[in-house]
Write a protein that binds this ligand. Structure first.
Ligand code: KIV
Length: 272
């Protein structure tokens, strides 16, 4: 199976097959129907309605003000604009940390809006919630490393998993999420060697952003990949508009670069 041969809506089982076949998965954030149509047309496998919409759409400094209603609204738009891409929706800050029941109620709202899976931040402390959701029919993607909803605890947007103790904690968190039934884990801003080690140790899909080339796939914030302001671009960002003739061309180049392993390069990665 090749990613391009599937023309209907991709399912979780399709993503697993692509992963098992050794194909790199390509994920973009997406917040509206127009970009969904464009990214779907470029063969992007998965569209993430990220809470980064707090930054790039709403103009906030952090993702913290984003609500479940915001994510549900944008998820429905992305769903309407796409036919093929798998739809992943972020659970915003405060919508799942209180209890598994709270997480379930809010995840239901996102699934009803069109999500096929929800993503939440955190490691072993979220395992019971992940298990609760998965056992009630809601697939879950974890998110480890730089978790932007914890920016005030982390003391800023900094590379995570540096040093032996932090790396060990992250590995344990990844295993806890896998054991709880998560299907995928986003690894954000961690040393490439650590992401490679975690990916090799797991049998689930890892999606990197600032985590090196050895993850099972890559996610890009659409505003970063297309060089749309505002915002300071992180080290792992590549401007795919460079040399592209259109947004469609840029999206195709980004997908090709992930699939052939040329993105991310060494210049986009962090050392331990
Ligand atoms: O909200 C978002 O865009 C994300 C990505 C950075 C993975 O969670």
């Amino acid at each position: 199976m090749s990613a391009q041969t599937v023309t209907r809506r991709l399912t979780q089982a399709d993503l697993a097959k692509l992963y098992q076949a050794g194909e790199k998965l390509v994920m973009f954030t997406c917040y509206d129907a127009s970009f969904a149509r464009l990214l779907d047309g470029a063969g992007i496998d998965c569209l993430l309605i990220g809470d980064s919409l707090g930054n790039v759409i709403q103009g906030h400094d952090t993702t913290l003000p984003v609500t479940v209603a915001d994510i549900a609204y944008h998820t429905a738009a992305v769903k309407r604009g796409s036919d093929r891409a798998f739809i992943l929706a972020d659970m915003p800050f405060g919508s799942y940390q209180e209890s598994p029941e709270q997480a379930f109620r809010n995840a239901v709202a996102l699934m009803a809006a069109g999500a096929q899976m929800v993503k939440l931040e955190g490691g072993a402390e979220m395992a019971a919630t992940v298990r609760f959701l998965v056992s009630r029919g809601i697939p879950v993607c974890g998110h480890l490393g730089l978790t932007p909803q914890s920016v005030h605890v982390l003391g800023g947007y900094k590379v995570q998993g540096k040093g032996e103790a932090a790396a060990q904690r992250l590995k344990e968190d990844a295993l806890a999420l896998q054991e709880a039934g998560a299907t995928m884990i986003v690894l954000e801003a961690i040393p490439a060697a650590l992401a490679a080690e975690v990916t090799a140790a797991l049998h689930l899909i890892t999606i990197g952003i600032g985590a090196g080339k050895d993850c099972s796939g890559q996610v890009m914030v659409v505003h970063d990949a297309f060089d749309i302001p505002p915002g300071r671009k992180a080290k792992f960002v590549r401007n795919f508009m460079d040399g592209a003739s259109s947004l469609h061309d840029a999206a195709c180049r980004a997908a090709a670069a992930v699939r052939d392993g040329s993105y991310p390069g060494p210049e986009h990665t962090y050392a331990g």
